[in-house]
Ligand binder design. Structure first.
Ligand SMILES: Cc1cc2nc3c(=O)[nH]c(=O)nc-3n(C[C@H](O)[C@H](O)[C@H](O)COP(=O)(O)OP(=O)(O)OC[C@H]3O[C@@H](n4cnc5c(N)ncnc54)[C@H](O)[C@@H]3O)c2cc1C
Length: 475
C-alpha cells in the first residue's frame, strides 16, 4: 500500500515551506545535531532504530550491575519533548537514495519513505569480529543495551552456576572471565569484574570463593590503552595487576567457543583458556549506510566501513548530506563521543548558515578535550592536552565529565545514588538477570530465517511516503 507524499510538521501542523531535515541516529552525533537546530525554522525528522539515546561510555556499568539501563539510555522523545520542530520516529534506515533525496526506514514490516532537503547521517558503528562473526555467539560485544544486559546475565549467572557445580575444573571454567581488547572499554570491563568478584560478591556465596575468580584481559597489541601513550598505559596495566586482573599482551585470539578461547602468542605458541564468560571489546565496524552512501556518491569507504567526508563533513557533490561521528573518516579522527558531538553541531550550523544565506563555515576542526578510562573505584587515567593524570585525581575528573554528559536531571540524580552504593559501599543495585536477557539473542539466532521473518512482523509491501507517522499503526 502506498500513500501520496505528505509533509507533517511536529505537532501536526503542515509547513510545506519549511526545509525538511532528516537526521539518522539518536546517538551523540544525531542528538546534538537535533538540539543545535532547536531555533532554526526547519522540520526535523529524527530516525533511530532504538527509541533511546544511549550513553555508550557507561555500558560496562550496566553489564556489571552498577547502573540500570534506564540511567544511561533515556527515551529520545522524552529528551526532545520541548523541541517542537522535531518529530522522533522509530525505524531502521534500510535505504538512502541520494538522487531522489529520500530515506527509507522500516520497523515491524512498516516501511516509511522520508523526503529530505538536508540529511545528517550519524548511524555510528557496531562491533567487528574481524571476519569471525561466529565468535559473537560466545563472546558478546559491548555496543547496545541488549549486549550489556546479556553480559550482565552471563557474568552473574557464571557465579551462580559455579556455586552448584561439583567438578573443580568446571568451577574454574565458570569462574574464568576473559575480556578481549585492552582499549578503554576492555580495561573498564576487566576492572569492574575484578571489583565485583573481590568486593561485591565476597560474602554472598557459601560453596565458592568469588574472590578466586580469574579475570584475563588480553590483546594482540603490545600495550594497554595504546592511545593514552606508554606512561599511562603502563600505569593502567600495573593498577589492573594490583586488583587481580591478568593482563596478557601480544595474544591473538584464534578461536572462541562455548567453553573457552584459543590464543596464539607472539612466539607462535598456541594455548587455550577455559572460560565460560568471554567479552569482546576489540574492533568496530561502521554502519552499512556508509557503504551505501559510498556506492552512490563515489566517496571512499575504508575497511572498517567508515566513509571519507570532505573537510566540511559533506560528501562529494552532495553539500546537502553530512556524515558525522563514528561513521565518518576524516584526518584519522578517533571514534569518540566528542568527535560525534562536535560533528553534529557543525553540520547543524552549516544548515542554518545556508538557510540564512550566510557564508559557509571554516572546515571542521576537532577540539580534543582529552580522554579518560577508569580502572577501578577511585582509580583512573586521564589525558587532557599535554597533561596526564592518574589515580584518584583522574577518577574525580572522570566522575565530573561523565555526570556532565549523562542526559537528563533524573538520570544524573539516580546515577550519583547508585555510584555511592557501589563506590563507597560494596553493593550493586542492578543484579537482576532474566532468562530472556541471557538466552534471548541465542534463541533468536538459532531460529535463523524464522527470526528474520518474525522481526519484520508482517507483510513487507506496505510503503508509506512523506514521513507521516500517522499511517503507521502499532504492530
Ligand atoms: C562500550 C563503549 C564505551 C565507550 N567509551 C567512550 C568513552 O569513554 N569516551 C568517548 O569519548 N567515547 C567512548 N565511546 C565511543 C562513543 O560512544 C562513540 O564514539 C559515539 O557514541 C559515536 O557517536 P555516533 O553518534 O557516531 O554513534 P552512536 O552513538 O553509536 O549512535 C548511532 C545511532 O544510530 C542508530 N542507528 C544505527 N544504524 C541505524 C539505522 N540503520 N537506522 C536508524 N538508526 C540507526 C543507533 O541505534 C544509534 O542510536 C565508547 C563506545 C562504546 C561502545
Amino acid at each position: 500500500m502506498t500513500t501520496p507524499p505528505e509533509r507533517t510538521a511536529a505537532g501536526g501542523r503542515a509547513s510545506a515551506e519549511r526545509p525538511r531535515v532528516v537526521i539518522i541516529g539518536t546517538g551523540f552525533g544525531g542528538l546534538f545535531a537535533v538540539k543545535a537546530l532547536a531555533r532554526t525554522p526547519v522540520d526535523i525528522t529524527l530516525i533511530g532504530k532504538t527509541s533511546h539515546h544511549l550513553f555508550q561510555p557507561l555500558l560496562y556499568q550496566v553489564a556489571t550491575g552498577i547502573l540500570s539501563e534506564g540511567e544511561i539510555a533515556p527515551a529520545t522523545r522524552e529528551v526532545l519533548r520541548h523541541q517542537r520542530n522535531v518529530t522522533t520516529l522509530l525505524g531502521e534506515v534500510v535505504d538512502i537514495d541520494v538522487t531522489a533525496r529520500t530515506v527509507t526506514s522500516t520497523v515491524l514490516g512498516r516501511t516509511t519513505v522520508h523526503p529530505y532537503d538536508e540529511l545528517i547521517v550519524a548511524a555510528g558503528a557496531g562491533q567487528s569480529y574481524f571476519g569471525n562473526d561466529h565468535f559473537a555467539e560466545f563472546a558478546p560485544g559491548m555496543k547496545s543495551i541488549d549486549d550489556a544486559l546479556e553480559l550482565r546475565g552471563r557474568i552473574f549467572g557464571a557465579f551462580e552456576l559455579a556455586e552448584i557445580a561439583t567438578d573443580q575444573a568446571e568451577i574454574d571454567r565458570l569462574l574464568t572471565f576473559v575480556v578481549v581488547g585492552a582499549g578503554p572499554t576492555g580495561v573498564e570491563m576487566a576492572g569492574q569484574i575484578a571489583e565485583l568478584a573481590r568486593r561485591t560478591l565476597k560474602r554472598d556465596f557459601r560453596r565458592i570463593n568469588p574472590g578466586s575468580a580469574r579475570i584475563v584481559l588480553l590483546d594482540g597489541a603490545p600495550a594497554v590503552l595504546p592511545s593514552f601513550g606508554e606512561k599511562l598505559g603502563d600505569r593502567a596495566r600495573r593498577q589492573l595487576n594490583r586488583i587481580g586482573v591478568e593482563v596478557q599482551l601480544g595474544a591473538m585470539v584464534t578461536n572462541v567457543d562455548a567453553d573457552g578461547i584459543d590464543v596464539k602468542d607472539t612466539d607462535g605458541q598456541m594455548r587455550r583458556i577455559n572460560a565460560a564468560t568471554k567479552i569482546w571489546a576489540a574492533g568496530v565496524q561502521a554502519s552499512d549506510l556508509g557503504r551505501m552512501l559510498g556506492e552512490q556518491t563515489g566517496a571512499e569507504v575504508d575497511r572498517a566501513g567508515r566513509i571519507s567526508v570532505l573537510s566540511d563533513l559533506t560528501l562529494p557533490g552532495h553539500p546537502e548530506i553530512h556524515v558525522v561521528g563514528d561513521m565518518m573518516a576524516l584526518d584519522k579522527l578517533p571514534g569518540v563521543a566528542q568527535v560525534a558531538i562536535q560533528g553534529g553541531r557543525y553540520a547543524a550550523k552549516a544548515i542554518r548558515l545556508r538557510l540564512e544565506g550566510e557564508q559557509p563555515q571554516e572546515p571542521f576542526r576537532y577540539f580534543d578535550k582529552g580522554s579518560m578510562a577508569t580502572i577501578s573505584r577511585f582509580s583512573a587515567v586521564a589525558e587532557i592536552g599535554k597533561l596526564k593524570f592518574e589515580g584518584f585525581v583522574a577518577w574525580v575528573l572522570w566522575l565530573v565529565v561523565h555526570l556532565m554528559y549523562i542526559v537528563g536531571f533524573k538520570s544524573r540524580f539516580t546515577t550519583i545514588f547508585h555510584w555511592l552504593i557501589s563506590f563507597l559501599g560494596r553493593g550493586r543495585s542492578q543484579r537482576v538477570a532474566t532468562q530472556q536477557q541471557v538466552y534471548g539473542r541465542l534463541a533468536l539466532e538459532h531460529l535463523g530465517p524464522a527470526w528474520e521473518a518474525s522481526k519484520t512482523g508482517g507483510p513487507k509491501d506496505q510503503v508509506f511516503e512523506g514521513g507521516d507517522a500517522t499511517h503507521c499503526e502499532s504492530a
